[in-house]
Design a binder for this molecule. Structure first.
Ligand SMILES: [Zn+2]
Length: 144
């Protein structure tokens, strides 16, 4: 009987130890300290990066026109919502859709200026040393 109670206490202690961060809500504050990003900022970045990836995949012919359009519409809505939330979190008011379009245009221009691979024609990101598609070394001079 004594052994049983002892084992129960140990089990209880382990459970409490595991739950400790959850109970104290530590995960939220840790994240903020490490990256100094608010939730809305993080959401905005994720959405914009996803948009960039869609543009990238489309230019690399990994996406067909239809997928590109539906993905872009979806991600644009998400990015806009995130931008809006971010603006509100900072206390600013209103967000122009032009801001997002400008951001997308900037990303797309960057990709277009990228290093086109001599071997396979893949359009790599600006400053790429090697082709993302075939691994060949690419030189910036090859494009310009
Ligand atoms: Zn290549």
């Amino acid at each position: 009987m004594t052994i049983f109670i002892g084992a129960s206490l140990v089990a209880l202690a382990v459970v409490l130890f595991i739950l400790q961060p959850v109970v104290k809500g530590l995960h939220a504050s840790l994240e903020r300290d490490e990256f100094e990003l608010t939730d809305t900022e993080a959401r905005k970045r994720v959405a914009l990066l996803a948009l960039r990836d869609v543009e990238y995949d489309y230019l690399a012919n990994k996406l067909d026109e239809q997928d590109y359009r539906s993905l872009k519409a979806e991600l644009t809505a998400e990015a806009l919502a995130a931008l809006e939330a971010d603006e509100q979190a900072r206390g600013a008011s209103g967000i122009e859709e032009d801001d997002l379009e400008a951001e997308i245009a900037r990303i797309r221009a960057g990709l277009r200026q990228g290093c086109v691979c001599d071997a396979c024609g893949f359009s790599n990101e600006v400053g790429s040393q090697f082709c993302s598609a075939c691994g060949q070394a690419v030189t910036a001079e090859a494009v310009r």
